[in-house]
Design a protein around this ligand. Structure first.
Ligand SMILES: [Zn+2]
Length: 531
């Protein structure tokens, strides 16, 4: 007995629709077919059935952790954040550290948040909040004191401590090497805390129509939690884990990564877990002036941002992990970082034996024009965040003044890359931005703010169709994550990972896609119904 779908639009892949679909035993069993006696019949009722979304770049465990701390996401003033931190601290007197996120750095000019502000909310216990970009943290005086950070502390390699004129720390630290001065003092979370966080994220994903995701910042302790969640049957969608390689620790962690990859593989085929990827971070973010640029920032002509890796160091690490069969997944936002990432991949292809490596550059916001054809030529997949492709307040007020209109307007050259033959996939970067694909799907088409500005779209010539976007969020992300043999399209024999939407996103006004509801998500044929 199976389940038979008809009575709506069934989108099977780019450029192809079918009139009916039948699933059985968790797999797609027929297209354009008849129901078989005993099948459950699902009338799509004029709605839309498609392959479930695949989130090719996100941080679901961090999202789950954030849900367990003060809820400062989206708050628009320091006062509101302090009130929430204070509320959480009082409600959780047993918490030795107050850890949470993610605050919006753009609400304070320059982005430096002061320890003394947080001291007003919580004076006696250490507090650490992540900014939305995950490249910045804000801590109180107690946290600085515990970490022993004073005017005598030097900035670590690749990171900065924001300082007062006398050199004393202000309370804001940038990039992981600087955070670890603080985070190394935070008592480890229990595995059970993280298992709960993973289970929470999985539920949010299912509600959003997502059936697989990549966790692209996996540090020691996190794989253990995913394994525990898998063993407890709490993984309801598929995950691939990307271990974070950093300049100062990749050599010593390589044995640990190999061991965790083996642990994951030994869970077996039904574990919903793989660990096949290594994440590199080449630079920071444009909003914080840490993205690495070929030409200097306008507001600070002495700075072109920060390249986190030296060229020979990232090449050494990339060659090493590629040889071990890991997929390379490289964060690069500024044009200098994108160039470093492309150069690294080019060298890896030249120096290591050939295999189906599918290297990924994620974000790729600003690309040197000479580098545009290199993505297709090198087989580099671009993982874009579709929700970011409009002139939001961050791009308009924070980034444009820093890099100038011309460079600002050259961000997200997706149509150009599509035309060049580059492979594209999508990711939400949750919790930096929402995990909900329907919130993002129309944006690469209209490239406008929710109030439809600018009228012709932000660099409207880079607009692509909604159907292209839908394929990048399904087949494109399936290809990125080596899942094309099991999901991403509707084809007989693939897993029945489906999303049933209340309306067809390909025929409505792209701005109205945000109003479409996820009625059900099917993961390997199991139905999760939402309305
Ligand atoms: Zn990310």
């Amino acid at each position: 007995m199976g389940t038979y779908f008809s009575g709506g639009s069934i989108w099977s892949r780019y450029g192809e629709r079918v009139s009916s679909l039948r699933i059985s035993d968790g797999l797609i069993a027929g297209l354009n077919c008849e129901a078989i006696a005993g099948d459950e019949i699902v009338d799509l009722d004029g709605g839309f059935l498609a392959p479930a979304f695949i989130d090719g770049h996100a941080h679901p465990l961090f999202a789950g952790r954030e849900s367990q701390g003060p809820l400062v996401n989206g708050l628009q003033s320091v006062e509101e954040i302090l009130a929430e931190v204070n509320r959480f601290a009082e409600a959780n007197p047993q918490a030795k550290w107050i850890v949470g996120g993610a605050y919006e750095a753009a609400i304070v000019a320059g982005g430096d948040f002061l320890a003394s502000w947080l001291d007003e909310a919580v004076p006696n216990r250490p507090v650490l909040l992540h900014a939305v970009d995950h490249h910045t943290i804000w801590v109180n005086s107690r946290a600085l004191e515990i970490a022993g950070i004073t005017s005598a502390t030097e900035d670590p390699d690749g990171g900065t401590i924001a300082r007062n004129p006398d050199g004393s720390p202000r309370g804001t630290l940038r990039e992981p090497s600087a955070f670890s001065l603080i985070t190394s003092h935070i008592p480890a979370r229990t595995i059970d805390d993280d298992v709960q966080a993973i289970a929470w994220s999985g539920k949010r994903y299912l509600e959003s129509g997502v059936a697989a995701a990549s966790d692209c910042w996996v540090e020691p302790g996190m794989t253990e939690a995913y394994i525990a969640a898998s063993r407890s049957g709490l993984l309801e969608i598929d995950y691939d884990l990307a271990f974070l390689a950093q300049p100062d620790s990749w050599r010593e962690r390589t044995g640990y990564f190999a061991e965790k990859r083996r642990d994951v593989e030994s869970l077996g085929a039904n574990s919903r877990l793989t660990a096949k990827t290594i994440k590199f971070i080449c630079d920071g973010a444009l909003s914080s002036g840490t993205a690495a640029l070929l030409e200097p920032y306008l507001d600070d002509p002495a700075s072109s941002g920060l390249l986190i890796w030296r060229d020979e160091e990232i090449l050494g690490a990339a060659l090493h992990f590629d040889k071990q069969g890991y997929q390379l997944h490289i964060h690069a936002i500024g044009d200098a970082a994108v160039k470093q990432a492309l150069n690294t991949v080019e060298q890896v292809i030249t120096l290591n034996p050939m295999w189906d490596r599918r290297p990924v550059i994620v974000h790729a916001q600003l690309i040197d024009q000479a580098d545009l054809p290199r993505f297709a030529a090198l087989g580099v997949i671009v993982n874009f965040q579709p929700l970011w492709m409009y002139l939001d307040p961050m791009n308009k007020e924070l980034i444009a003044p820093r890099i100038g209109e011309k460079r600002n307007n050259r961000q997200y050259q997706i149509a150009t890359l599509v035309k060049s033959g580059a492979k594209i996939s999508y990711g939400s970067d949750w919790p930096i931005t929402t995990q909900i694909p329907l919130a993002a799907l129309g944006v690469p088409t209209h490239r406008q703010s929710p109030d439809r500005l600018p009228p012709d779209g932000w660099s409207g010539h880079e607009s692509i169709s909604v159907e292209e976007s839908l394929s990048f969020y399904t087949a494109g992300a399936a290809h990125q994550t080596f899942r094309e043999g099991s999901s991403g399209t509707l084809k007989v024999g693939l897993e029945a990972d489906l999303v049933h939407l209340s309306a067809d996103p390909l025929t409505c006004d792209p701005h109205e896609i945000t109003q479409i509801r996820v009625l059900s998500t099917y993961k390997a044929g199991k139905r999760h119904q939402f309305s």
